[in-house]
Every structure is written in C-alpha cells, then in structure tokens.
Design a protein. Structure first.
Lengths: 123, 135
C-alpha cells in the first residue's frame, strides 16, 4: 500500500508496521501481574531490616519476577517515551530526545538487572 | 516529516486548543503524563535495587529518603501514577479487542479509572501503614 516515497522513508507497509504496537501490548499485559507483585513485595517489607529485604530479593522466584518486570517495563517505557517525543518534538531535537530516552530506558533497565543479579547470586 | 517541499502551507487538523476540555480527553492526557512520570519512578526503583545490592549503608540512605515526608509524598504520587496508568492501560487493552468504544462505555471507563486508581492507591497506603502498626 505504500507509495514509493513512503517506502524509501521506511514508512508504510514494510511488513513491520504493527511490531511496535504489538510489543507495547505484550509488555503491557506482562507488566500488570509483575507490577502487582512489585507493589505487594514493597508493601510487605515496609520497615524491614536490610537482611530481610536482601534475603527476600535473593529468592530465585522473586529475582525472576523482578528481572522480568524491569526488562518488560524498560521496553514498554522506551516505546511510550518515543511515542510522546514523536508527537511533540520535531526536527533534530526529536532525534536527540529519542536517543536520550533510549539510553535512559537501557540505563535504568540494565542497572536494575545488575543489582538483581548481584543480590541473587550473592556478595 | 517536515522537509521544504512537503512542508508547504497545508491545512492543519484541529488540535487540543480547538476543543472544549472533555473527560475522555483529560484521561488520554493523564495516561501520557502518568506514563512519562513513571520513568522517574523506574529510576527510583533502580536506585533502591542498586542500594540493596551495594550493602547496608547505601540501603540505609535510600530508606531514609523514602521514609522522609518528601520521599513518602513522592512514593504516594508514583504509586498513584502507577495504578492509574495500569487501569488506563487495561482500558486500552479492552479497546484493542474492539469492545467498549461507544460513548457511554468510554465515560464509564474514564470514571472507573479515576475512582479505581484513587481508591486503590489510598487503600494501598492504608494497608501499608496498618502493616507498620500505625493503627
């Protein structure tokens, strides 16, 4: 369906048009139980000692759920931020903003992964 | 999309400032604002996890911040944004199936999201304080 111009610009029917839409929905569905788990984990550990919190987060299933959450949330956040930027920022600033949003999502996601692995694997 | 040839004086479609504010419009904006603000919430989560991985002293610092009035206020707002964005997202997932797009349903969904997110957030904090033995 794409015109030659749209095809050159990477727009239109490149057979990947719904990929981002679908990824945003998949991560949204995954985020619901994972976020509820995070909220429950936090609420049940208010005022807990360092050792208690550390031991809880080191449990394999807890670490697994948190890893799934930060990966899913980072992907979801990157798509969402990019969508907002594309609507309101234009020209060169748009490219810079999307780069920063991507680095931010990757940064907080990877930092969280490193922390969870360090807690889970000990030391 | 704006290059010189394509960007010639073309009529623009009506945008936000043209319309009288409506609840469903505000909910759309709230979904974006809550989603964007959760980026800062994610940063706080990463900070919390890193502090725990680094040891008792960094954890004491992060706990001290989250326990302060400013920290609690921030956490309250983020928990509200999180729950609001989640309910708003579920509303979007229902719409994706093609259901609930009529005028009555969208108003019901809007109110359900506002009342639901506020109620659940307050309930969450009441339970949190109750578990701490505040009352």
């Amino acid at each position: 369906m794409a015109t030659p111009l749209a095809r050159v610009r990477g727009l239109g029917s490149a057979r990947r048009g719904t990929e981002t839409f679908w990824r945003q929905r998949m991560t949204a569905v995954a985020n619901v139980p994972l976020v509820l788990f995070l909220i429950l984990s936090i609420v049940t550990h208010i005022g807990a000692s360092y050792e208690e919190v550390h031991a809880y987060l080191a449990r394999p299933l807890v670490a697994l759920a948190l890893l799934a959450l930060v990966v899913s949330a980072a992907i979801h956040m990157r798509i969402g931020l990019k969508e907002i930027i594309e609507d309101y920022v234009h020209g060169g600033a748009k490219v810079t903003a999307i780069l920063l949003a991507t680095f931010f999502a990757a940064g907080v996601g990877l930092a969280s992964i490193v922390a969870i692995l360090k807690i889970g694997l000990g030391s | 999309m704006g290059n010189a040839k394509m960007g010639a004086e073309r009529p623009l479609s009506p945008h936000l400032q043209i319309y009288r504010p409506m609840l469903t419009m505000m909910m759309s904006i709230a979904h974006r604002v809550s989603g964007a603000s959760l980026a800062i919430g994610f940063l706080l989560l990463a900070w919390w996890l890193l502090a725990i991985s680094l040891g008792p002293e960094p954890y004491a610092q992060v706990s001290g911040f989250f326990g302060s009035i400013a920290g609690r206020t921030l956490l309250f707002l983020f928990s509200w944004a999180l729950i609001h964005h989640m309910l708003g997202g579920i509303r979007h997932l229902i719409w994706d199936t093609g259901h609930g797009l009529d005028k009555v349903s969208i108003e019901i969904f809007a109110w359900a999201t506002i009342i639901g997110s506020t109620t659940l957030t307050v309930l969450l904090w009441v339970v949190g304080y109750w578990l701490q033995g505040a009352f």
